[in-house]
Design a protein around this ligand. Structure first.
Ligand SMILES: Nc1nc2c(ncn2[C@@H]2O[C@H](COP(=O)(O)OP(=O)(O)OP(=O)(O)O)[C@@H](O)[C@H]2O)c(=O)[nH]1
Ligand SMILES: [Mg+2]
Ligand SMILES: [Zn+2]
Length: 308
């Protein structure tokens, strides 16, 4: 029996890096490895620490999973039965967005951030392809920055094309396990490749960024960085359905809404219609962005719809 790190999963095969020797071992999974309670598509995910041993045949077999310190989990839609754990044991999650090509979906972004809050994964936002967002985007760009500054999230402007922000990202992820997540076509793989040119990844063809439905990366993979640490490149995701949230819990995971809620008149204020709601006041005063507040309302609404 040896301990390893799951760095890739394709079909029923898992690539496990032996933590003692650094060797890459192809493994299968034996029997039931389900972790408590969660119904997930796969029992093991990239970033998991596992026990493995040589099986009866030539194959090695994963026989146990170490407890996860954290993870990012999603459902493809709210109606999906099973959840998918994108990656586990993360020091940092970077959610990559672009204002356009493809256009940013604030609800998607906010759901990602809510999940990161709920599962204790530090998260930051990378605003990529900044080379494309000149003067005509000035207002949208300022709004975006303002919304997430008020929420307390760092936004890093980057461009794999011009090199803006790349040194900063490289410093940020050194010696950490970092997840790169986001919609398809935002430039995740290109960024990974630019940050560490010794890696070779499949990326979309240059200037084919309009094809937002085309998934270039098809499975998650963890790469060892030359300067130390690991980076996980993932396939683009469209929907981000949340799991296991109680209605009164949701506002906790919007840091700025939570902060403004301490003075609401009612103890169990939902920040929707109550008098003396300091969250609504903050939205009206521009201290909480309207877009973030809308994301919050949508999550509440959805929660009611699916939990009845
Ligand atoms: N202008 C510009 N184009 C970029 C930049 N970064 C990536 N692209 C282009 O965006 C397209 C998509 O890049 P990918 O890196 O494949 O995107 P991805 O997020 O990995 O996409 P999936 O693997 O499908 O999830 C490619 O045509 C890249 O050349 C950038 O900073 N500026
Ligand atoms: Mg990719
Ligand atoms: Zn309130």
């Amino acid at each position: 029996m040896a301990t390893g790190l799951v760095i890739k999963n394709t079909g029923s095969w898992y690539t496990v890096e032996d933590l003692a020797t650094g060797k890459l071992i192809p493994c299968r999974i034996k029997g039931k490895l389900r972790l408590k309670g969660i119904r997930t598509t796969k029992p093991v995910t990239v970033g998991d620490r596992v026990e493995y041993a040589a099986g009866p045949g030539a194959d090695s077999v994963v026989s146990g999973i170490h407890e996860r310190t954290n993870y990012i989990i999603r459902k493809s839609s709210n109606l999906a039965r099973e959840a998918h754990i994108i990656a586990a044991n993360l020091d940092l999650a970077l959610v990559i967005v672009t204002l356009d090509f493809p256009p940013v979906n604030p609800e998607f972004l906010d759901r990602f951030l809510v999940t990161a809050e709920a599962y204790n994964v530090p998260a930051r936002i990378v605003l990529n392809k900044i080379d494309l967002f000149g003067a005509p985007y000035a207002e949208r760009l300022a709004e975006f920055h303002e919304a997430y500054r008020m929420a307390g999230y760092e936004v890093i402007e980057a461009s794999a094309l011009t090199g803006v922000g790349i040194d900063r990202l490289r410093d940020m992820i050194r010696d950490k396990v970092t997840l790169f997540s986001g919609n398809s076509g935002v430039g995740k793989s290109t960024l990974v490749q630019t940050i560490d040119p010794s890696l070779t990844l499949r990326t979309g063809e240059i200037s084919s960024y309009h094809n937002k439905g085309k998934h270039t990366t098809t499975f998650s993979e963890m790469f060892k960085l030359t300067e130390g640490g690991y980076l996980i490149d993932t396939p683009g995701i469209k929907g981000f359905g949340l799991i296991d949230f109680e209605k009164d819990e949701i506002s906790r995971y919007f840091p700025e809404i939570f902060r403004h809620s301490v003075e609401c008149q009612y103890y169990n204020c939902t920040h929707t219609h109550e008098p003396g709601c300091t969250v609504k006041e903050a939205v009206e005063a521009g201290k909480v962005s309207a877009s973030r507040y809308i994301s919050y309302l949508k999550l509440l609404e959805e929660d009611e719809k699916y939990r009845k």
